[in-house]
Every structure is written in structure tokens, then in C-alpha cells.
Design a protein around this ligand. Structure first.
Ligand SMILES: NC(=O)c1ccc[n+]([C@@H]2O[C@H](COP(=O)([O-])OP(=O)(O)OC[C@H]3O[C@@H](n4cnc5c(N)ncnc54)[C@H](O)[C@@H]3O)[C@@H](O)[C@H]2O)c1
Length: 277
């Protein structure tokens, strides 16, 4: 798909991967709606990009809230007209606590942002792209955590949300077959972003901002030392849109762990309990 002159919305665009995607799309000639729950920061980020003559617009969004997604979409269409590309990227971490100890409010927070954020994007951005008949593309941010649970990190709730992002993307790809709207699922390994402090923007209706200093410091350290520059992820996304690549891996991928998981599933399929389908 040709990106130049098209309009894109990117959620979680004030920081990290979302900012990298917004930057790469703007550099590829798209009009970019930068949507984030951090209003001041996304305004600053948009200002930084528009300083280079790019057509960018900041908008506040809380992807956990359907009305907020609808409001951001309306603002995007008012400003730029037709929407062509939607990157459902906003996400938060959840690590360092065993499943049996994660409080219900924390489950709701990770599912609210990482899963409902994508569901709201599918329910509203996709029809907005389909309605004008021009080419379009959806990019959902999953993770390598959508293919395996990383041993020792106790990030089961996060992984669950990324398996869901992967499944939603696979289902959406099937449903959009025969249209001119493509789908990619972005699967980054470690990227140097602010995700370790992801609970800093926890919406008030989900318990408000929180800090878990020790867990955050460990994750921040790992990402700072082995994480890829988010700008590269933005370039990966632009390439995935242009080439209509579905599984868009980027950065270090634990391929051996993912393959071992798949082998274990295949072996289980050889069981005498499995009948012909
Ligand atoms: N950093 C990594 O190593 C990595 C790896 C794989 C996948 N990811 C995924 O990439 C995505 C982006 O994360 P990042 O690493 O850039 O983190 P980040 O914290 O740097 O950026 C996330 C952005 O999302 C915004 N956000 C959070 N909750 C929101 C909400 N309810 N509504 C709207 N915006 C909201 C934040 O304000 C922030 O600007 C996430 O989905 C994350 O799970 C990150």
C-alpha cells in the first residue's frame, strides 16, 4: 500500500513504539493523528514532529473507553477527512506477580488497555476505513509475549493480553479477506521505551496511577540495555504496511522457545485421543 497522502491514527503515540510509528508514518508522507492518554506529552510530541513540516495532530484518547475512541476518530475525520491506517498500539505491562496473587483490578487494567483497546479500534477504526472504499491497513501491536510465556518474569497477564491481540489480528485478517484493507500484527522483542513505567498512566476509573519501583527498575534496566530503538520499529511498521506483511516481527525474538512450544503442541496432537477433524 502507498502511504503517502493517506491518514493514519496511532494510539499510544506520545512515547516509545507509538511515537516511533507516528514518526515513520509522517516521514513516509502520511497525515498522522497522534492519540494518547497523556495529553500534554502527546501535544509536545506532535509539536516536535510538526516542526519538520509534517502533517500531524495530537488528540487525547483513553483506549479503554469506547466513547473516547469515538471522539478521537471524529476529531481525526474532521481534521483530515478519510482514515486509511489505524495502529492499535497503546499498551501497558503486567509483570512480577504470580497469577494467584494478581488482584482483579490489575487484571482489568491490563485487559482494558491491551485487549479492549484493540477491540474498540476494530469496532470503530475498521468501519471508518472500510466505508470509503480506498486502500487501508490495520496494525495491532502484540509482542513476542503473544507466542510464549517468558519463564521467570511472572508476566502471565501481559502474555495473555498479547495472545489475545494475536488472535484478534488473525480473526480480523480472515474477515477482511477480499477487501482492500490489510492487517499486520506487530510482534516486537525488547524495545527501549518507557513501558516499565506503564502504570504511570493508569486511568482513574481503573485505580489511578501506580508505581512498583522494584519490578519497574528491573524491566527498565533490561529494555535499556538490550532494547532496540523504537524508531526502527516505526520503520518496520511502514515496511509491513507497504508489503502487506501479516506477522511483523522486529528486534530479538526468542525463536527457539517459540518453536519448542509449537513442537510440544504438535506432539500432543499425535495423541490417540485426537480424532480426525
Ligand atoms: N517495549 C517493549 O519491549 C515492547 C515489546 C513488545 C511489545 N510492546 C508493546 O508496544 C506497545 C507500546 O508500548 P511501549 O513499549 O512503546 O511503551 P510506552 O510506555 O513507552 O508507550 C505506551 C504509550 O501508551 C499510552 N497509553 C497507555 N495507556 C493508554 C490508554 N488507556 N489510552 C491511550 N494511550 C495509553 C501511554 O501514555 C504511552 O504513551 C504496547 O502495546 C506494548 O505492550 C512493547
Amino acid at each position: 500500500m502507498d502511504i503517502s497522502g493517506k491518514t493514519a491514527i496511532v494510539t499510544g503515540a506520545a512515547s516509545g513504539i507509538g511515537l516511533g510509528i507516528a514518526t515513520a508514518l509522517a516521514e513516509a508522507g502520511a497525515n498522522v493523528v497522534m492519540a494518547d492518554i497523556q495529553k500534554d506529552l502527546v501535544e509536545q510530541a506532535a509539536h516536535g514532529l510538526s516542526g519538520t513540516n509534517k502533517r500531524v495532530m495530537p488528540v487525547r484518547i483513553d483506549v479503554t473507553q469506547e466513547q473516547s475512541v469515538l471522539d478521537a476518530l471524529a476529531e481525526a475525520e474532521r481534521n483530515f477527512g478519510k482514515l486509511h491506517i489505524a495502529c492499535n498500539n497503546a499498551g501497558v505491562p503486567m509483570h512480577g506477580t504470580k497469577l494467584i496473587d494478581v488482584p482483579p483490578a490489575d487484571w482489568e487494567f491490563v485487559m482494558g488497555v491491551n485487549i479492549w483497546g484493540i477491540i474498540h479500534g476494530i469496532r470503530h477504526f475498521v468501519p471508518a476505513i472500510l466505508k470509503h472504499g480506498e486502500e487501508g491497513h490495520i496494525v495491532n501491536t502484540a509482542s513476542v509475549a503473544g507466542f510464549q510465556n517468558r519463564r521467570g518474569t511472572n508476566q502471565g497477564p501481559y502474555s495473555m493480553s498479547k495472545y489475545a491481540a494475536l488472535s484478534l489480528s488473525e480473526a480480523l485478517e480472515q474477515e477482511l479477506e477480499g477487501t482492500n484493507v490489510g492487517v499486520s500484527v506487530l510482534c516486537p522483542g525488547p524495545i527501549a521505551t518507557n513501558i516499565a513505567r506503564g502504570a504511570r498512566n493508569r486511568p482513574d476509573h481503573m485505580g489511578g496511577p501506580q508505581v512498583k519501583a522494584n519490578d519497574e527498575a528491573m524491566l527498565a534496566e533490561r529494555l535499556a540495555t538490550m532494547g532496540l530503538d523504537p524508531k526502527k520499529v516505526g520503520e518496520r511498521v511502514v515496511d509491513a504496511i507497504r508489503t502487506k506483511t501479516f506477522y511483523a516481527f522486529v528486534s530479538a525474538v526468542p525463536a527457539a522457545v517459540i518453536k519448542a512450544r509449537h513442537r510440544r503442541i504438535e506432539e500432543a496432537l499425535n495423541s490417540p485421543w485426537v480424532t480426525h477433524y
